[in-house]
Design a binder for this molecule. Sequence first.
Ligand code: ADP
Ligand code: ADP
Length: 209
Amino acid sequence: MSSIVLFGPPGAGKGTQAERIMISTGLPQVSTGDMLRAAVKEQTPTGLEAKGYMEAGQLVPDSIIIELIRQRIKLPDAIDGVMFDGFPRTIPQAEALAEITDVTHVIAIEVPDEKIVERICGRYSCSNCGLVFHETFNPVPESGCTCGNFEEKRRADDNQDTVLSRLSAYHEQTSPLAEWYDNLGIFHRIDGDRAIDLISTDILEALGN
Ligand code: ADP
Ligand code: ADP
């Protein structure tokens, strides 16, 4: 089993790119953020524990995240590997991941901090199909969402205050992973401050697709 990691600050475009490259890579997207939001909604023990951290824009403890991933990669669709989105976010998470799968590429989507706030604060999604949009940069088409049943949803943590905490968590706890993966020779930097399609093309090239 070999996997890909999409790496980058909150709002860099990891989910947007995962959606677009999934067909080419043939690997399912595994987003710890999506899994945690589902757990919060269902009020599972994991969700109840994670909720406060997420609302405060802090990272959820490693033990919770690592257990979620261990369970997720046992599912049949993960047999050939997965595309991680938003995981790992700490060195202990990366260490745990190295024990369970062979990471072949880490794709770092780079976007300057000053662009992150507008990306996050303008984000919304279709609650019916989960597709992510942006009120200015990537709005839902006038003809409607491709699922045909658009309903706007905003994330509780996509606000100006939380985004600053999420950015500092990224710089303090997650960005050290860049050096860790760079040393392994599998780290690919992609300029994420461009049109969505150009970024997808570069990611696929880095993946050798
Ligand atoms: P992440 O998964 O890294 O948090 P998202 O994929 O949800 O990021 O993108 C964050 C927001 O930025 C969304 O509203 C998305 O539509 C928008 N977005 C994604 N990529 C770009 C881009 N290249 N240029 C402008 N906006 C983008
Ligand atoms: P973003 O758009 O910030 O990349 P995510 O959907 O990936 O958002 O994550 C939302 C929140 O879920 C994070 O702010 C954090 O509280 C929690 N979270 C998601 N993935 C992880 C992880 N790998 N480690 C710790 N916390 C996580």
